[in-house]
Design a protein. Structure first.
Length: 306
C-alpha cells in the first residue's frame, strides 16, 4: 500500500482544491453557502452508505454503540472545511486559501504525531520534519505578503485567515479520529459513511439554525438545473479524501499523509488561480508567489521523506 500512497494522495489533494472551486459554483446557484455544503455532504454520505451496502459491511453499524463518543465526531471537520472553501475561495483566492489550509494541516499533523494525541502512534519529529514545517510556515507567510491588491478591511481579512487555518488543522484531526472509528468498526467504508452522515447532519442543523433568522437567504432550487455537471462532484471528492486519509494514516503516519495531500492541493490551486478554472476569477501568480510555492513544496518533501 505504501508504494501507491504517494500518487494516490497527490491526486486526492489536487482534487480537494478543485472540489472547493466546484462547491463555490454550487453555493452561487443555491444562494446559500450552508445549503451548498449540506448538499455536498449529503451526496458524500449517500455514496458512502451505498458503498457500505455494496461491500456487505452494513452490520458494522451495530458496533457504533460500543464506540467512544469522540470517535463519532470526526465528520464535523468536513463541514468546517467545505464551508471555509465556499466562503474563502472567492475572497482570498485558491492559492492563499490552500496555503493557509496547508499551514494548519502541517502544524496539526506534526502535533498529533509528536504528542501521540487521539490514538496516533507517537513519532517525535526529526530535524528534517522540523525544518520542513518551518519552510512551510515561511512559504505561506510569503504567499500572504504577496497577496497585494486584495487586502480589504483588516477585521474580515484576519477572520478569513483564521478560518482557513482552523479548517486546515481540522483535517488531520478528522483523519486521526476516523482512524479510531475504523478500528472500532473494522470496516473502513462504514467508518467513512458514519463520518459523512455526522458531517451532513451537523451542517444541516447549522442550515436550519440560519434559516430560523428572518433575514437569512433561503436556498434556491431552480438555478441548480443550470449547474455544470462538475459542480456536483464535491461530495464524491470529499468521500474519497476521507476514506483515503484514514486508510493511510495507520500505514505511513499522519504527517506524511497530510504532506502529500497538501502538495497536490497547492499545485492544483496554482492552476485554479492562474487560469481561472471552474469559473473562478483569474488571479495573478507572480514569480515571488511561485517561489513561495516552491519553498512550500520543498518543506512538504522534507516532511514526507523524513
Amino acid at each position: 500500500m505504501e508504494a501507491l500512497a504517494i500518487p494516490l494522495l497527490l491526486a486526492v489533494g489536487g482534487l480537494l482544491a478543485l472540489q472547493a472551486a466546484a462547491n463555490v459554483q454550487l453555493s452561487a446557484a443555491t444562494g446559500s453557502p450552508f445549503g451548498a455544503a449540506t448538499i455536498q455532504l449529503g451526496i458524500g454520505a449517500t455514496l458512502l452508505l451505498a458503498a457500505t451496502a455494496a461491500a456487505g459491511a452494513v452490520g458494522a453499524f451495530g458496533l457504533l454503540d460500543e464506540a467512544p463518543g469522540w470517535h463519532l465526531v470526526g465528520g464535523l471537520a468536513s463541514a468546517l472545511y467545505i464551508t471555509s472553501g465556499i466562503l474563502l475561495f472567492p475572497r482570498l483566492g485558491a492559492l492563499l486559501t490552500v496555503g493557509l489550509w496547508i499551514t494548519g494541516q502541517m502544524l496539526a499533523s506534526l502535533a498529533l504525531d509528536g504528542f501521540g494525541w487521539l490514538g496516533v502512534a507517537r513519532e517525535v519529529p526529526g530535524v528534517a520534519q522540523v525544518v520542513g514545517a518551518a519552510a512551510v510556515i515561511v512559504a505561506v507567510a510569503a504567499i500572504v505578503r504577496t497577496d497585494g491588491g486584495r487586502r480589504g478591511a483588516i477585521g474580515p481579512r484576519v477572520a478569513g485567515l483564521a478560518l482557513a487555518l482552523a479548517a486546515g488543522a481540522a483535517l488531520p484531526v478528522q483523519g486521526a479520529i476516523n482512524a479510531q472509528l475504523r478500528s472500532d468498526l473494522d470496516a473502513p467504508i462504514a467508518a467513512g459513511a458514519v463520518s459523512f452522515v455526522v458531517a451532513a447532519a451537523g451542517m444541516g442543523a447549522l442550515l436550519l439554525g440560519t434559516l430560523a433568522r428572518a433575514r437569512a437567504p433561503r436556498p434556491q432550487v431552480e438555478p441548480l438545473r443550470r449547474l455544470p455537471w462538475w459542480g456536483w462532484l464535491g461530495g464524491l471528492v470529499g468521500a474519497t479524501y476521507v476514506t483515503s486519509v484514514f486508510l493511510l494514516i495507520p500505514e505511513i503516519g499522519t504527517a506524511p499523509t497530510i504532506a502529500l495531500t497538501v502538495a497536490g492541493q497547492q499545485v492544483a490551486s496554482v492552476f485554479v488561480d492562474r487560469y481561472g478554472l471552474l469559473r473562478l476569477p483569474r488571479r495573478p501568480v507572480p514569480p515571488a508567489r511561485l517561489a513561495a510555492v516552491a519553498a512550500l513544496l520543498a518543506g512538504v518533501l522534507l516532511i514526507t521523506l523524513a
